[in-house]
Ligand binder design. Structure first.
Ligand code: GLP
Length: 240
């Protein structure tokens, strides 16, 4: 694992954007795996700037998002499809028909998950996967469990995650209790992984990323076995 420590959130966001820019310069038709949450917002802002100033282009990019709440309509303002449109896709030269987010209204979520993994494989696999991290170490919506899923699947959210994400909804009761998420196997198949973490709240979990152990009770630790993992965090996160 390569660790990059930045002064603050802004620097972390720019560093993350730089790695994506490099990826797009080396391979303009990259398959990007994208993430939501508050952490990558600054990075998407920097990518919008780079795109507006013609430093990078998304014209040939295909993207697959990690996860989506279930059930939730794509036009709901807390859906991850809506998040991606408003934070990135609506503002850059990406072909929206080549941007994919799991269908939060799929009638058959198991089938949706299977098709999602097949589509990624058929597209050639993810070149660069962006990830945030939950306070409990969840990745996408792979929550701490004795056993984790390999493939994209429907999952329940822990109370900890519902609590953490309630800030984006009118009330805790409005947070969906399930989601469709890429599995750890789908994520680990990415050729390169970029994990972002910022702020004190992620200190404990990031500390667990820095020792030599892995456990399904902190799903992010499994990423340590990936051959090309970059963790970018800020000093507040590293030092607590
Ligand atoms: C959600 C998402 C994750 C994200 C996590 C952390 O639960 N499913 O992909 O990494 O929240 O969010 P934040 O970056 O807001 O702390």
């Amino acid at each position: 694992m390569k660790l990059i420590v930045c002064e603050n959130y802004e620097e972390m966001s720019k560093e993350g954007a730089k790695i994506i820019a490099e990826q797009l310069k080396n391979k303009p038709n990259s398959i990007l795996g994208l993430a939501t949450g508050s952490t990558p917002v600054g990075m998407y802002e920097e990518l919008r700037r780079m795109n507006a100033e013609k430093e990078i282009s998304f014209a040939e990019v295909t993207s697959y998002n990690l996860d989506e709440y279930y059930p939730l309509a794509p036009d709901h303002d807390q859906s991850y499809r809506y998040f991606m449109n408003t934070n990135l896709f609506d503002h850059v030269d990406i072909d929206k028909s080549k941007t994919f987010v799991p269908n939060g209204l799929a009638e058959n979520p198991a089938e949706e998950g299977k098709k999602y993994d097949e589509a990624i494989a058929n597209a050639g696999g993810i070149d660069l996967q962006v990830l945030g991290i939950g306070q409990n170490g969840h990745i996408g919506f792979n929550e701490p469990e004795d056993e984790l899923y390999v493939s994209t699947h429907l999952t329940g959210l822990t109370d900890n995650t519902i609590e953490a994400n309630a800030r984006f909804f009118a009330s805790k009761a409005d947070v969906p209790t399930q989601a469709i998420t890429m599995g750890l196997g789908s994520i680990m198949k990415a050729k390169k992984i970029l994990l972002l973490a910022s702020g004190k709240a992620k200190h404990d979990v990031v500390t667990k990323m820095l020792d030599d152990r892995i456990t399904t009770s902190v799903p992010s630790t499994l990423l340590k076995t990936h051959a090309d993992l970059i963790l970018i965090c800020d000093k507040a996160c590293l030092n607590g």
